[in-house]
Ligand binder design. Structure first.
Ligand SMILES: [Zn+2]
Length: 393
């Protein structure tokens, strides 16, 4: 998954191109719903301190069924009378954009981050590098877009819709999960998993965006072996992209599609991939806007004339043409790439950037700064017993 800021920017760009101007301004005023929706199922992958967790749904939606889940959630929201310019709609428009950015950026990220592979001990250190590269990309995009560093930006309000996920959003997700995922229909804890996923993700976003320098310090000084501290630091944005590290591939170096079926050489930069993804996402948002508007009209008609003998409600169910169009435009393939294939890509090829060394250097710098400021007191670095932050993933 590209990281949270890339998804937020991408949703804003897609909605800006897809929606009429007035609708765009009204919808994006729900900034918590906009940012949270843009994260799609990633919210179930963060933190996961509360049990039961929603991890299984986060993983499942990345593997298959995204288009169906979006169409079902939108149809459910429409049938419940969701305002096409309201908070639930804002969440769904942004949710609709998540798949495109994931699919277009993942091949590049997988190739340049590498991954930990069983039976290959030389890859043992690569585990957290996927998350770290995504945050480096976020940092580069933030700098290019707003000219600020992550530690100077306060984005937590963009991922916050209150202490609990609003019921209409939670219900739409639950109905959609049940429609797409057979095991969800037997999951008596489905609503709890969704609620917990949101609460834990909200807590992670607040931790990562309220006071980033403090969070980075806490992660570096936390208890446990170096590898654990690296993992915690990897999910926080760095202060800046190191000079000379071309994380956006602006120099157009050759990279390879990581999937064995797509061995072709590629040279796209991240901004190019982002633009291609945008071309894919804009029609999706337009189709969703149409679906929710039709749903709103139908709901109003149903509410106004429920007993009229000739009244025929026009509720857009998940099999209505507008919902089928949304589903088709998004597709149900894996979010790790933009190919349709029956089995998951094994992501065989990679040529990682030197991310581990960079992250390790940053961690050691934080520790050394902490030692300097605490001179005369026992060293945190050698004692390894700093205040333990909440462990996030
Ligand atoms: Zn994702």
């Amino acid at each position: 998954m590209p990281s949270q800021l890339a998804h937020l920017f991408f949703a804003a760009d897609a909605l800006g191109s897809a929606l009429p101007r007035g609708a765009f301004h009204t919808v994006t005023a729900y900034k918590g719903a906009l940012g949270l929706g843009a994260q799609g199922p990633d919210i179930f992958l963060h933190n996961r301190r509360s049990k039961p967790s929603g991890l299984r749904y986060g993983a499942r939606l990345h593997r298959a069924g995204y288009g169906t889940v979006l169409a079902e959630a939108a149809a459910a929201a429409a049938a419940a009378g969701a305002d096409p310019l309201g908070e639930t709609a804002a969440y769904l428009y942004a949710f609709a954009t998540h798949a495109a950015l994931d699919r277009y950026l993942h091949p590049y990220i997988n190739y340049r981050a590498g991954r930990r592979e069983r039976g290959r001990p030389e890859t043992a250190l690569l585990g957290p590098m996927h998350a770290y590269l995504e945050r480096l990309i976020d940092t580069a995009l933030l700098s290019a877009r707003l000219g600020v560093a992550p530690c100077d930006a306060r984005f937590h309000a963009y991922f916050d819709v209150g202490s609990q996920l609003p019921q209409p959003i939670a219900s739409a997700l639950a109905v959609a999960f049940e429609a797409e995922i057979p095991s969800a229909r037997r999951d008596g804890l489905l609503y709890e998993r969704i609620a917990n996923g949101y609460r834990d993700a909200r807590s992670y976003y607040a931790w990562a965006h309220r006071d980033l320098p403090a969070a980075r310090r806490a992660a570096a000084l936390s208890a446990g072996p170096l590898a654990d501290r690296m993992r915690r630091l990897a999910i926080l944005h760095p202060e800046a992209v190191p000079l000379g590290l071309d994380v956006l591939n602006l120099r157009r170096r050759v990279w390879r599609d990581p999937c064995p079926s797509g061995r072709k050489r590629r040279t796209e930069s991240v901004p190019q991939l982002y633009a291609e993804a945008l071309d894919h996402a804009v029609p999706v948002v337009r189709a969703l806007f149409s679906l929710l508007n039709r749903g709103s009209e139908a709901y109003a008609k149903t509410a106004a004339e429920p007993n009229h003998p000739t009244h025929t409600p026009l509720r857009p169910g998940s099999t209505a043409p507008s919902a089928l169009r949304v589903r088709t435009l998004v597709g149900d393939s894996d979010l790790s790439d933009h190919y349709n294939r029956p089995s998951r890509c094994s992501k065989h090829y990679s040529n990682p950037l030197p991310l581990y060394r960079i992250l390790e250097r940053q961690l050691l710098e934080i520790l050394e700064t902490a030692e300097l400021t605490q001179r005369g007191q026992p060293s945190e670095r050698s004692a390894g017993r700093a205040t333990t932050p909440h462990e996030r993933s």
